[in-house]
Design a protein around this ligand. Sequence first.
Ligand code: FAD
Length: 490
Amino acid sequence: MKTPHPQPLPVPPPARRPYHPHDVAAVASLATSLADLDVRTGEAELTRAGTDYHWYSPVLTERLHGRRPDLVVRPRSLQEVVRVAAACARHRVPLTPRGGGTGNYGQCVPLFGGVSLDMTGMNRVLRLEDGWASVEAGILMHELNRVAREGRLRGDGRGRQQLRMWPSTERIATLGGFIAGGHSGIGSIRHGILADPGNVLRLRIVTLEETPRVLDLQGADIQKAHHAYGSNGIIVEVDVALTPWVEWQHTIALFDNYSQVLQCGLAVGAAAVQPQRPIDVFQLSAVERRITPYYAGLRQHLKDADALFAQVCPTTLPAFEACVQAHGGRVVVQGTESQLLAQGLPSATECAYNHTTLEALKTDRGVTYLQVAYPAPLNPALVAQQMQRLGDEVFMHHEFSQAGGELVAFALPLVQYFDEPQLRALITGFEADGCWVFDPHTWVLEDGGMKQVDLQQLDFKKLADPLGLMNPGKVRAWDEQVLGIPGGQL
Ligand code: FAD
C-alpha cells in the first residue's frame, strides 16, 4: 500500500535574499533592456523551462511543483550572455543557466523565478585539434561527437576522434550542462570521471555582475565551477579532451545469476584499467533480471536472465568473449550502434546509467531510484547480501567506472517507492554497509552528490556571483554562511 508523502512543506525562510521572487517590475525592466534578444514569455516555454528530469523523484516532483522562471532568454553569443548577466545584476533578478534540461536533481529548475538562460543557441565548434576541441558550452554532445568523428573542421576526414565520455543523454544534453550538473558516464570505465585531470581542459566563464567579467579556468581551477549547478558563473566555452574514434561493438551478455555478472564485470574492468587495455571497453553496465524486462525493445533477447551491457573495442572482442564465457555467460547481441539501431534495437548507451531508470519509469511510475557508490574493489557478496535483505523493494543495476585511476562500481538501484521515510531508511542501510549514497531526492548541491561544503566553489561564487543571483536556493553553504538563513528551504 503506498502512502501519500507525509512531510510538511518547508517554512519560507526570512527574506534576506537580495531579490524578490517573481518581482514583476524588475522583470519587466529587464525584459525591456533585452528586447532585441531572443526573449520568451509564453506559458508553454516558461513551464518547459521549469522542468527537467527531477520527475524521476516523487519527492522532488512534489516539492518543486510549480517552480518556473519569469522569462527565458536564449543568447547566441558571448556578448549577449554578458548583456543578460549585466541586466540581471542591475535589476537584481535571479538567473538559472539551462542546457538540455536533463538533470535529475531539479538542477536547472529556477526556485525563485527570474531568467532561465537557455544555452542551446551557443552550440558552435570553435576549434578541432588532435586530442581536444574548443566549443561553445551549449553544444549537444552527440553533435560534437559527430563533428569530431568526421574531422569536418579540417575537411580531410582523417584523424577521426570522439569525446572521452558522455552521459547516456548524449543526444539531448549539452556539454556545459554535463560539466555543471553531471559526474561521469559512458566512457568513464576508460577515461575516468569528469573531475579526473585531463578530461576538461578549460572553462570560459561569464560572471554575474553589473560589469561582468570573462574568466578562464584551467587545470585544478576547473573544479571551482565543475558540478556547481550553474551557481557560480555562466560557462560559455569549453576546451574538452578528445580521444581517437573507435567503432565500439555494443554487446549484451547474459548470465544465470547476478553475481556472475558482477564477477565478469570486475574481471573485464580490471583488464580495462590496465595501461595496455587487454580488454578495451568504453562501457560496462550490470543489470539484474528483475530490471531487464523493462527494456521493451530487447525482450526477445534478454529472456529471464541477468545481463552485462558493454561497448567493446573490436580488436579485443575475442578477449572479452572469452572472459564472458569463463564466467558462465554468453554474448547474445553484438553490433555497432548503427547496426543495432537499424535492427530496431537500442544502443548499449541507452540501456545504462539513468536510461535504465527511464526504461522502468516508461511503464511503471511506482518506481524511483538511488545512487550508491561501493568501496573499491566491489564485493559481489555484499551486493548479494543487500539483494537478500531488500527483497522485492530494490532491484540492482551497477555501473563500472574508473575514478582516480582505480576501478570502482556504483549502483543506480530501482526502488519500489512507498514514501520518503522508506528512502531515508534505505539510504541508512546502504551507508551502514559502508556505501556512500548520492541522494537524488534533494535539490541542494551539498546534500546530493557532494556531501560536504566545497569551500573552493563557495569562494569562487563570492567572486563570480557576488550578489547571489545564480540558481539561488541550490547551495546550502551560500544560504547558511553568506545569507545566514537555513539552507535547503524553498
Ligand atoms: P541541464 O540539466 O540543463 O543543467 C544541469 C545543471 O547545469 C543545472 O544546474 C544548470 O543550471 C547548469 N548549467 C547548464 N548549462 C550551464 C552553463 N552553460 N553554465 C553554467 N551552468 C550550466 N548524468 C551523468 O553524469 N551521467 C550519466 O550517464 C547520466 N545519464 C542520464 C540519463 C538520463 C536518462 C537522464 C534523464 C539523466 C542522466 N544524467 C546523467 C543527468 C544529466 O543528463 C546529465 O548530467 C547531463 O549532462 C546534463 O546536461 P544538460 O545539458 O541537460 O544540463
